[in-house]
Design a protein around this ligand. Sequence first.
Ligand code: PEP
Ligand code: MG
Length: 325
Amino acid sequence: RQEQYRALRDLPSLTRDGVPISLQLNAGLLVDLSHLQETGAEGIGLFRTELQFMVAERMPAAAEQQVLYEAVFAAAGDLPVTVRTLDIGGDKVLPYMKAPEEENPALGWRAIRIGLDRPGLLRMQLRALLKAAGGRPLRIMFPMVATVDEFVRAKAIVEREKAHLARHGHPLPAECRLGVMVEVPSLLFQMDEIAAAADFLSVGSNDLMQFLFAVDRENRQVANRFDPLCAAALRAFRIIAERANAAGTPVSVCGEIGGRPLEAMALIGLGFRALSMSPAAIGPVKAMVLSLDAGAIGAFLEAELARTGDGASLRPALAAFAEAH
Ligand code: PEP
Ligand code: MG
């Protein structure tokens, strides 16, 4: 199997009907970058910066952050890296950071909320990123954005940092693209506005499913209660793909769902053309892409989603489609 997947590495990632599907990697540590070469992935679709903070014994200093980002950019070479700002709180706690006790941490003070309320931490990270990028293009993505306004405020913080660095004679990135994680369901009802405001979007399906179905992603008793291949979830994904595509805003999926071949097939059928996943998933997903007819899965899903909406999983139907094709 591994050998077979390796043989696919240098083939272009195209469906049978010629639709390019960008396959990228999720990463969080410098060692993950070695998988770029190995898998033939087109870039890092999600770099989880909180990993550095979680393995440290104290808050990493600005210089330490910058060193990591420089090493990551150097290891990626010309391939794009999408860096997500600190996504702490919820299931990701920093033992050395004082945070209030919370009844519902997943719904609490976390991610961009901390970044906006206590911008010192976010500003330090943004400055480290801008400096590390030097003249190369930079892609920054914000986690847990619930309203367009939060993103607008985060963008303003980036602009301030850029102005600060420019004043001090630092080179600025050739271009700085700012994106939003779509992982809080409220964004589904602001799709046109967020697609217009953001340079790119990436669906965090792990959290989106948690919040859409009100199931704690860490609680095994309920985590798998709802199948992301049921009509309600697929329609949610479809809204995101359709609205982003209509606005011409690049959109990807970087949650675990994108790394499972059957789920990835469904996402392509709904209109997604970029998926970011763990290194081990690239081979199986690429094998699926190469054998897929994107037009056929699109038509199939459209008919299925018009036919059924009762909460039943479309998994058997999708598996049958995969088998027949
Ligand atoms: C997600 O929520 O799907 C995601 C990619 O981010 P994380 O798993 O780090 O919350
Ligand atoms: Mg998330």
